[in-house]
Design a protein around this ligand. Sequence first.
Ligand code: ATP
Length: 220
Amino acid sequence: MAEFGVIGLGRFGARTSMELLDLGHHVIGVDSDEKAVEAMAEVLTHSAIADVTDEKALQELDLANCEVVLVAIGEDLQASLLCVLHLKSIGVKEIWAKATSKSHHQILSKLGVSRIIHPEEEMGIRVAQSLNYPMVNEYMSLGHNWFCVEISIGEYLKGKKLRDVSSEDSEFFHMLLLKKRDEVTTNPSMDMELEGNETLVMAGSLKALKSIAPKLKEPS
Ligand code: ATP
């Protein structure tokens, strides 16, 4: 269990806080809008109505011990940047922040923010990926055009071997695991026969992963 700070309880900040609380963590939530704080006050570990452009107000919130403080203010560039500066000066080690433009991103990056999030853009990419490859449940970008993807095997693939749904490009593709009900096989053999209800986790270059998409699609 860890303690997180979330500054800005709009839709993005509130949703992230709820998810962290559901995962069993403590969350300190802050917003200058009384209504936003009231809406979350009962579920948050601590909450405060404060203008985070005011360093003194931030100092009083005991955020320095948080594992990560997320600055979820997007629209007000000045408030977002001032808040990051103040968090740095009160000793917060790990700061994540939401950005709404390229210049916002660039300044946050220069200020040493560990992770910069573009919620709409990231969600857009995710939706496009799922529309393009409906069998992809989850994917994670590993950078440099490498991805880790989780794929559901449809019943129409029953009887196929794992090699039939893999890429032969061993430099750019790795089958990491196969999950059948509660049974997990790591580095599965390519000779394994599919039942048509498995989950596969694989990592590879976008090119290698795209090349296997036709093998996974349901025949029309
Ligand atoms: P979302 O997309 O998450 O719904 P939003 O569109 O409501 O966000 P944002 O500008 O990203 O708007 O602001 C998120 C939250 O940050 C709001 O609830 C807002 O009241 C809060 N906020 C903005 N400026 C400050 C500030 N100086 N101090 C504290 N909270 C602030």
